[in-house]
Design a protein around this ligand. Sequence first.
Ligand SMILES: *Cc1c(COP(=O)(O)O)cnc(C)c1O
Length: 411
Amino acid sequence: MAPDDFAPSSELLASGPLGQADQSHALDTHAAEPIPAAARAEIERLLLSGDLFRYTAPKDAPVALLETEFAELMGSRYALAVSSCSAALFLSLKALDLPEGAKVLIPAFTFAAVPSAVVHAGCVPELVEVGEDYRVDIADFRARLPGAAAVIISHMRGHTSDMDAIMALCDAAGVPVVEDAAHSLGTLWHGRKIGTIGRVGCFSFQSYKMVNAGEGGILVTDDPEIAARAVIMSGAYEENWKKHPGLQNSFCNWQNRLPLYNLRMQNLSAAVIRPQLPLVAERVARGRAGHDHVAARLNGSALLSVPAPLAPEERAPDSIQFNLVGGWSDAEARAFQRAAKARGVSVQVFGLSEGNARAYWNWRFLGDLPDLPRTRAMLMRACDVRLPTRLSREELDFIADAILAAVADVR
Ligand SMILES: *Cc1c(COP(=O)(O)O)cnc(C)c1O
């Protein structure tokens, strides 16, 4: 079904009386976005020719066209498509040429792939406190910045930290910023595209992001040395770098002087992504309107709070986060999750689900984990609900009704 003709079934709207609703009324918020029909002809062509490797064709391979189109969309000089956003983050750090064991600041509220990319790049992540508005705590950031060689800012679930303060502090200290914009495609900050403010910006095409290719990622930068280094390390061996425009001088410096990690994207992924790029603006507009509608309804409850965006931010959400406020116990928070589930809506409290990859205490591969009381308190009461941008107003109201009724069930 195309995103725009997704209609709610009548049974989905029939929320039963208290206690009688069951999961047959559940709304499938986990289904990914369908792939536009326009992708099929190109996939068929690729299957018939077998031309799946990005560097086989002399020019205009789907991956190369994607890079040109994405760079244009973001207004960036260079783009490099890779196998995932995690790969893009890893390559960004490698391209910055940081010393072994360098300290890299990351927010304590992010996906486990972020500290993993830092470790993989031979660096040491230092976690920064995140407030109840899901944004980097600037006082803690300022205190931890001395001695850092780089910073990754995750715009977690699209929530944009104070990039004015972060860039001012980092520019003054000469520390490069990598933006993890995996889940922020389409978000604006003072009208500027998120992912283009730091030295490098990284995006994801994993299925639950704004553009769905199953897997995939891309990095953007205006810095030719970083772009050239990332291109070579992504796996542009021998003279394949000649197929990346505008970097010839930089490549000559780096050829055969960098290891190859082979994190390339293949042509089939680009064929799935390219027809979705023209849909991003529409998805962003629908996502923002849907999110703001549900947010206004949830904020009508004294026991829920949806943090407001910072003033310069225009969001591009495909999910909603809200806090349980007004003295909820763990038991009540768990009961609320169950009550919402019974009413057909899956709510995840980040810190209460076992082994959650976004709860920093589960990143045991880091060894000794610090205690970050502000972030911990936030994670224990912050709820996460997917709001795919295709949802109709009726479906959004179904979700808001279920959440508000689940609050009333418990409190
Ligand atoms: C999804 C996500 C990632 C990882 O993206 P992949 O493409 O799956 O590697 C990293 N950071 C954030 C904030 C994400 O949401």
